[in-house]
Design a protein around this ligand. Structure first.
Ligand SMILES: C[S@@+](CC[C@H](N)C(=O)[O-])C[C@H]1O[C@@H](n2cnc3c(N)ncnc32)[C@H](O)[C@@H]1O
Length: 192
C-alpha cells in the first residue's frame, strides 16, 4: 500500500482499520560512510559479529580480504582466501545442507567490477550462485545477501526473510541493503 492510509479489512463486512497482514520482518536503517569493502562498514561489522560470530561453518564465495567465514574464496588470486575459483564452482563443491550460512557480497554492478575489483567478476551469473548457496545451507541456517536490492534467495527456494538492514551513505550513493534469510525447508532441484 502506497497511499499512507490505514489498511481496511473489507472482507470482514465493516470498515474498521486493521493491521497490515505482514510477517515479523525486522527493518533497520543506519548511516555509514560507503566502503568498497562492505564488511569494514561499522554497521556491517557489528551485524556480522552478531550473526556470523567466529564464522565456523560459514562460507563466503566473494570474500575479498575481510571475511569472517571459515571457508573463503575470491576469483582474484591476490586475495588471501582459501581458494580462487568462480563463486558458483566453489559453492558447487559443498554437500547439500552442509553449512551454517553463506555470505553473498558480489560486485553490485559492471562499473564496480571495472573500477573497484580490477575487472574480476561478472554480474550475470548471480542466479546460479544463489541457487548453489540455497542448496548447501542446512535447514535453520542463514544467507546474508548484500547489494542494492532486497531480493535475496527467496521463498521459492525455501527461505524466509527475517530482516532487511538499510545502510544509507548520503549524497547520490545507493544504500547498502543487507537481507537476512533463514532456510526453513530444503527445496529439491526439481522446481528451480
Ligand atoms: C563486493 S566485493 C566483496 C567485498 C568483501 N565482502 C569485503 O567486505 O571486503 C566482491 C568480490 O568478489 C570477487 N568476485 C567477483 N566475481 C567473482 C566470481 N565470479 N567468483 C568469485 N569471486 C568473484 C571480486 O574479486 C571481489 O573481491
Amino acid at each position: 500500500m502506497s497511499s499512507g492510509e490505514p489498511m481496511t479489512d473489507h472482507t470482514a463486512g465493516h470498515s474498521e482499520p486493521s493491521a497490515p497482514s505482514c510477517g515479523s520482518l525486522c527493518l533497520t536503517r543506519a548511516w555509514d560512510m560507503p566502503n568498497a569493502n562492505t564488511f569494514l562498514i561499522p554497521t556491517v561489522a557489528r551485524l556480522l559479529n552478531l550473526l556470523v560470530g567466529d564464522g565456523i561453518g560459514w562460507v563466503d564465495p566473494f570474500a575479498n580480504a575481510n571475511s569472517p567465514a571459515q571457508h573463503t574464496n575470491d576469483i582474484d588470486a591476490a586475495m588471501p582466501t582459501g581458494s580462487h575459483m568462480d563463486a558458483r564452482e566453489f559453492l558447487a563443491g559443498f554437500e547439500e545442507c552442509s553449512v551454517h550460512g553463506v555470505l553473498l557480497d558480489p560486485p553490485y554492478s559492471a562499473r564496480q567490477i571495472r573500477e573497484m575489483y580490477a575487472g574480476h567478476g561478472n554480474t550475470k551469473q548471480i542466479t546460479a550462485v544463489i541457487r548453489e548457496a540455497a542448496r548447501i545451507v542446512r535447514v535453520g541456517g542463514l544467507v546474508l545477501s548484500f547489494g542494492w536490492n532486497s531480493n535475496g534467495v527467496g521463498a521459492k527456494r525455501g527461505f524466509v526473510s527475517e530482516a532487511v538492514h538499510l545502510i544509507a551513505h548520503g549524497g547520490q550513493h545507493n544504500d547498502t541493503i543487507i537481507t537476512v534469510e533463514r532456510k526453513v525447508r530444503h527445496q529439491r532441484r526439481l522446481f528451480w
